[in-house]
Design a protein around this ligand. Structure first.
Ligand SMILES: Cc1cc2nc3c(=O)[nH]c(=O)nc-3n(C[C@H](O)[C@H](O)[C@H](O)COP(=O)(O)O)c2cc1C
Length: 165
């Protein structure tokens, strides 16, 4: 049954993004697939983030985050930013600080900059809502990565419960 739930939830479609955070002059970034637009007016994005991630506290304290859309072929970036923060994940990569100070990856095909609006509990994650204050398409021809392109990279199959609870 466990595998059945994993296969069931794999039928939901998601993109793959690198979320940049910045606080008190420090920067970090992590891979996330649970990102979606949730309002037109104002323009709002929602991000589901595990509160144990080091990026969570930086996001809440810094009050800003970026959403970097990865090109389909850059699985290396999805894997790299999916690692825990025991090193400077941004070191050696091309990035710059956006208008809100958050890291924006030069390899992103598009990016959004958001100001933290509010958050709510969502089971073992936190749903963070951000107001989009800036952003641009960098490469109109490039195809965005889909979550299914990442295969078993995030190891999430073991996180599903045995059954519906
Ligand atoms: C493809 C992929 C998708 C992921 N999606 C999410 C997500 O939507 N939300 C989340 O909290 N973590 C997600 N993760 C896990 C984080 O990227 C990972 O735990 C990372 O180490 C957190 O980094 P940090 O501790 O530097 O903040 C994903 C990882 C991968 C590889």
């Amino acid at each position: 049954m466990k595998n059945d739930l994993h296969f069931l939830f794999q039928k939901l479609t998601h993109g793959v993004y690198v979320i940049g955070v910045s606080c008190n002059g420090e920067n970090n970034a992590f891979t996330a697939s649970w990102v979606m637009q949730v309002s037109f007016t104002p323009l709002l994005l929602a991000l589901s983030i595990h509160p144990d991630h080091s990026s969570y506290k930086m996001l809440i304290d810094g009050g800003v985050f970026s959403v970097n859309v990865l090109p389909k072929e850059r699985l290396d970036l999805a894997e790299h930013f999916g690692l825990p923060v025991n090193t400077d994940k941004l070191a050696g990569l091309a990035w710059h600080q956006g208008k809100t100070t958050v890291p924006v990856l030069d390899d992103a095909i598009a990016f959004f900059e958001c100001k933290f609006s509010h958050e709510c509990e969502a089971g073992d994650h936190r749903l963070v809502i951000g107001r989009v204050v800036s952003g641009a398409v960098r490469d109109p021809q490039a195809l965005p990565m889909n979550y299914r392109d990442t295969g078993a990279m995030d190891g999430s199959s073991s996180l599903f419960p045995e059954d519906f609870i």
